[in-house]
Design a protein around this ligand. Structure first.
Ligand SMILES: [Fe+2]
Length: 229
């Protein structure tokens, strides 16, 4: 397991969110990921606090995962780690069982900052969640905010203690997002990648682009530690 064979963010579980619609699409997505070099998949369906309890979400997530297992579509399955992409909102830290949404193997929680202007409460909430759940926080797709966050906003986020920063592999397809990523790589920040794939057409996996672009890159120590657990 390493940075170059692990997809940290994707929506491959069938029928649970706006990702794979059914088990056939899940299988196709996993086959595409594997063809691109992925051997470890962190499945991260959307979790929104106001939509359902953690308990209900976990039941739905296991049912979706079991559909893939029962399909017996793979001679050799990739490792699938179950987790969630948790929408950040006020008082998310009070959610019962929030820590159960973590990738239990790596002890990480993937949080999605809302797509709106940055506000101070966001990093405060993230710090509180890290403190209460005792999980390491991964902040989802930092590249997505390139048009709405200022450098000062990004700096605030970079100062969240022990956070890991996830970029979508599509970061390499646009000049602007590539420029955003550059100092993270150069200055040895803890960075991980995810395809954030949802389907086999408009939002398909493109993991191979990252593998190609980051040849000879040595991941940050905190990132390497994730694979040792
Ligand atoms: Fe996502």
């Amino acid at each position: 397991m390493n940075l170059f064979d692990t997809d940290f963010h994707c929506h491959i579980l069938p029928g649970i969110d706006d990702g794979a619609a059914d088990v056939e699409e899940s299988i196709k997505l996993i086959q595409m990921q594997m063809a691109q070099g992925v051997r470890n998949i962190v499945a991260t369906p959307h979790y929104r606090k106001h939509e359902m309890s953690v308990e209900r979400f976990l039941k739905r997530r296991s049912a979706a995962y079991n559909k893939i297992l029962n399909s017996r579509a793979f001679e050799k399955m990739p490792r699938i780690m179950l987790a969630a992409e948790i929408a950040l909102e006020h008082n998310l830290c009070d959610t019962e069982g929030l820590e159960l949404l973590a990738n239990q193997r790596m002890n990480t929680l993937l949080l999605e900052i809302p797509y709106e202007g940055y506000r101070k409460w966001m990093s405060e909430e993230i710090e509180e969640i890290a403190y209460r759940t005792k999980k390491q926080i991964i902040i989802a797709h930092l590249d997505r905010y390139v048009d709405i966050f200022s450098s000062a906003d990004y700096n605030d986020i970079l100062n969240i203690p022990d956070a890991i920063f996830q970029f979508n592999t599509s970061v390499f397809t646009k000049w602007k997002t590539k420029k955003l990523l550059k100092p993270f790589i150069k200055d040895d920040y803890p960075v991980v990648f995810g395809t954030d794939c949802h389907n086999t057409s408009s939002r398909k996996p493109n993991f191979d682009i990252m593998v190609k672009q980051l040849k000879n890159y040595e991941p940050n120590y905190n990132v390497r530690m994730l694979f040792e657990q």
